[in-house]
Write a protein that binds this ligand. Structure first.
Ligand SMILES: [Zn+2]
Length: 188
């Protein structure tokens, strides 16, 4: 005797699955016919909701989502500016062994910057290859001491190239979720 009907019922109850489905999936086990080295499959249900923490970048994402306003992080000790503020403590000061937290620096409703590197992301099967082309680019926002990866939306007839000027575009308020997809860049 392998898996019992009672245990199958328990798996069904715990995972909110139809007991008949569990028994069917485990029929060989229940009948005791499975060889001891057969692959063992135990049904379970994936149906959970997880929350991803934006941690110290919470203010950045919340302000974009709710108010459409961009913030950078500025080190009060050395003036280093990080956009987006994806780290809690100053990158420059930490090299000297000092932990200084970035302070929020309001940029406004639009961020401008320069393309520092271009890449091309092609998605899809051979049938629709080329239809899902996107351009993740390394963008240096004006006034920032770092560059960050973000999508640049292509414009018909214009190349996205290193040195090109770009400006931010917000997703519609109703579509903003508090994540990095809430904005992208276009050629300025
Ligand atoms: Zn600093």
């Amino acid at each position: 005797m392998a898996l019992s009907k009672k245990a199958a019922g328990e798996i069904a109850r715990k995972n909110k699955i139809d007991p008949a489905l569990v028994e069917q999936a485990a029929a060989e086990e229940i009948a005791g016919r499975a060889r001891r080295d057969d692959v063992l499959r135990v049904p379970f249900r994936i149906g959970v909701t997880l929350n991803r923490s934006m941690a110290h970048a919470s203010l950045f994402f919340r302000e974009i989502r709710d108010n459409g306003i961009f913030f950078a992080g500025k080190c009060p000790a050395c003036g280093h500016v990080l956009f987006p503020p994806v780290r809690p403590v100053c990158r420059r000061c930490i090299k000297k062994g000092e932990l200084v937290e970035y302070e929020p620096l309001e940029i406004g409703r639009e961020v401008e910057g320069t393309v520092a590197a271009v890449s091309k992301l092609v998605r899809g099967t051979s049938k629709d290859l080329g239809k899902g082309v996107r351009y993740p680019c390394l963008i240096r926002a004006d006034g920032a001491d770092n560059a960050h990866w973000q999508f640049v939306v292509p414009v018909e007839g214009r190349e996205i190239e290193v040195g090109a000027r770009v400006k931010s575009v917000l997703a519609d308020q109703a579509d903003r979720t508090g994540e990095i997809g809430d904005f992208s860049f276009v050629l300025a």
